[in-house]
Design a protein around this ligand. Sequence first.
Ligand code: NAD
Ligand code: IPM
Ligand code: MN
Length: 357
Amino acid sequence: MSRSILMLPGDGIGPEIVAEAEKVLHKINEKFSLGLHFQSALVGGAAIEETDSPLPDETLDMARKADAILLGAVGGPQWDKRPMASRPEKGLLGLRSNLQLFANLRPAILYPQLASASSLKPEVVSGLDIMIVRELTGGIYFGQPRGVRELESGERQGYNTYAYTESEIRRIGRVAFEAAQQRGKKLCSVDKANVLEVTVLWREIMEDLRREYPDVELSHMYVDNAAMQLVRAPKQFDVIVTGNMFGDILSDEAAMLTGSIGMLPSASLNSEKQGMYEPCHGSAPDIAGKGIANPLATILSGAMMLRYSLGEEKAAGAIEAAVSKVLDQGLRTADIMSADGRKVSTREMGDAVLAAL
Ligand code: NAD
Ligand code: IPM
Ligand code: MN
């Protein structure tokens, strides 16, 4: 069986970390005879420089045809002054919406070897394993109308719309309930139903779904409390389901519990399980080009790709085991460095995972 993987390195540290994940995927492809074929294309700032568009038609076309996509990161200060519609980030958002990748899975798992890299005390985080299910193609990121308008007073006003339809809430709710069924059977829905009507509806639909999943214990939490609980007692959570923007923020917060944002992979899936896989972090302009970025979130995103889009659980597990082995060896990029660790570069980390496979 031949399957095509599209690599989209993007900007900043994107090309550095994707190169390491690609090496790992090539090796796993050989070792498990997976029949994967790799292509690459431009997205984000890199695409703007070549074509003036953050998401060229050719890239979107290749993305539609691919069985799965691995993306590095997009964005950077050199493009921050461009109009919203033609910024690098629109390339990423355009892929998500065009492919209808509404279900974003962001697992925050603390590898025991990194307990001392977490910003929380070991007793608070050890054994942490939570799954954030973030709605990815709706909410305030995509609501209409949006823009900047001039008021009668002559003052300008910026505005966005936070909206969800019932069907959008229901489909992400189902993904979250099903994830909970496969795990610890606890689901916490995070909203702001004390203030925002859109999330009153969100809560109602989640309650509705509860009847279809009687084996899952559903709870609700306001997002401000959830942000606090994540650092107070993160292990109370199993699966969290929330909207686009709250999920964006809470997943960066959860990343830090695992030692570094450089450890958090993600999967963005549509209803056909076609997926785009990417680290949760950005293009890290402050360290781009230095060869010190942590490639593990991207390598682990490759493992998620094998699991969710290609059905290759054994190969996925092999990558995860190799990452764990490398951490056992004490190898650390700067972001997860500890007193007893040995500091390695992006490339050395990739090479070590390769050797551990
Ligand atoms: P960022 O995630 O790029 O960086 C935040 C901090 O984390 C920086 O100090 C950075 O050095 C560090 N960091 C991030 N990834 C790391 C890694 N793998 N190893 C070690 N350290 C790492 O967030 P930001 O600075 O707010 O955004 C920078 C740019 O990235 C912006 O243009 C933003 O829009 C974009 N962005 C893109 C994505 C994406 O492509 N999915 C996600 C977030 C931000
Ligand atoms: C992420 C990023 C993106 C988001 C940006 C770059 C559009 O922060 O993937 O978490 O906000 O979704
Ligand atoms: Mn983000």
